[in-house]
Design a protein around this ligand. Sequence first.
Ligand code: 5GP
Ligand code: MG
Length: 179
Amino acid sequence: MSRIKLHDKEFETFIPYAQINQSVKKMALQISNDLKNEDVLFICILNGSFMFTAELFKEIELEQAEVTFMRLSSYDGTDTTGQVKKLIGLNEPINGRVLVVLEDIIDTGTTIVEVMKLLKEHQPKAVKIATLLLKPEKFKNKMPVDYVGMEIGNDFIVGFGLDYDQKGRNLKDIYKIIE
Ligand code: 5GP
Ligand code: MG
């Protein structure tokens, strides 16, 4: 068990890399089996999912698999509806393909619901969701999540791509905040 400090907060080891690695490999095998013979495009939702994406994608056994990276931006629209969300970086053809959205973590589900809505406007054949981590308490089954690496409690975590105010993304293990 090791402790670290990022900005003003302390964190302790929560999920060691060996366990993350095992979970990612298992998911990659499942996806590879489920999506045989499909035209699959993996979509990494930046920034948090970059490390999960790299680890998962090298375990995918689909000869024609492709990967792309995108970001969800929110900005204040000029209309009265307030916040408008947009996907940046989506240049690949999507029509008729099977998309696998790669998320680091699903908490309330707001992000993934928005991503799904925006992707479906481009008429994919299907959209699957794969998340390394799920906090089921607040999410309360807003939509089916096809692949879940691990379910965790509500504690704030960092590491393996996830940050606390941009710090901690480089950590190989996942750490939990010490309250
Ligand atoms: P949601 O929209 O599902 O509430 O949350 C999605 C985003 O919130 C995640 O992609 C992630 O960026 C951030 N998030 C949620 N929980 C955590 C956490 O425990 N640690 C970190 N670092 N980010 C989190
Ligand atoms: Mg994220």
